[in-house]
Design a protein. Structure first.
Length: 272
């Protein structure tokens, strides 16, 4: 059983929902990333999403775009990201790590070379934002061969046919993008999310995580009522941006915010 599957099974037994946190590797600097990952886990993160810096992150809003820009200025490339995962694994062999990025860096490295290196480093899954399942067969096959989960996105506009297709292709969990538009959007309608999750669960037994628009403990708790996982990214990255040049504050303030999210989600679980 993969780390991702084990994590969701353990949380289900404890009647808890997964908290998935996203940060961009190398933002705001190389040295802060791995300590921050450990601090996020201590604060209550169950799964870590680690962004692979890319020069044209077309699905991301300005907050995460600027995080990629900061990381690229630090000359952080895909192999550096894998080294960070390997360093993280030296002290944590249990928390799942999912890389989130765009196809180009994986393609340049070579699918097999990337999958082999990622598995060796301790990566558990890959979200490739710009690759729909119709075009992912070769990449997904290579990931499967190395024990890595290809994770796909669904959106409010996804049809039943598309939900079926992605449910068949996905492993690990399904990532539901709860809002139209790019990352960092707001005005989340939790009732609409709940309705869409019912449609998704009709076609998959995989856990369903919900991301985009979750920027405070109250929203995280509300989404935790209906989803298997709550994914928080832009809210963390924007706080990192405010603290560039202050690594001590980043390692203190960001985990404190994550702890508040975790506490709010757990209170919902305890009341259920």
């Amino acid at each position: 059983m993969s780390r991702i599957a084990k994590t969701f099974a353990r949380l289900k037994e404890r009647r808890r929902k997964a908290l998935v946190t996203f940060v961009t590797a190398g933002d705001p600097d190389r040295d802060t990333t791995v300590p921050l990952l450990h601090a996020l886990v201590r604060a209550g993160a169950d799964i870590l999403e680690l962004g692979v810096p890319f020069s044209d992150p077309m699905a991301d809003g300005p907050v995460i775009q600027r995080a990629s820009e900061r990381a690229l200025k630090n000359h952080v490339a895909l192999r550096d990201v894998l080294k960070m995962v390997e360093e993280f694994r030296a002290k944590d062999n249990n928390t799942p790590v999912v890389l989130m990025g765009y196809l180009n860096p994986f393609e340049v490295m070579g699918y097999s070379a990337f999958a082999e290196a990622a598995a060796s480093a301790g990566v558990d899954g890959v979200i490739t934002v710009d690759v729909p399942p119709e075009e992912a067969e070769e990449f997904s096959s290579v990931l499967h061969d190395h024990g890595l989960d290809p994770i796909f996105l669904l959106a409010p506009t996804s049809t039943e046919e598309r939900i079926k297709l992605i449910s068949q292709a996905a492993r690990g969990f399904v990532y539901y993008v709860s809002l139209r538009g790019v990352t960092g959007a707001s005005n989340l309608d939790v009732a609409a999310v709940a309705d869409k999750l019912k449609a998704i669960r009709a076609h998959t037994m995989l856990p369903v995580g919900v991301g985009f628009g979750i920027n405070n403990p109250q929203t995280a708790a509300a989404v935790a009522v209906v989803a298997d996982a709550v994914v928080v990214g832009s809210a963390l990255v924007s706080r990192i941006a405010d603290l560039v040049g202050q690594p001590e504050r980043i390692l203190k303030d960001i985990p404190q915010f994550v702890a508040r999210l975790r506490s709010a989600m757990d209170q919902v679980g305890a009341a259920a």
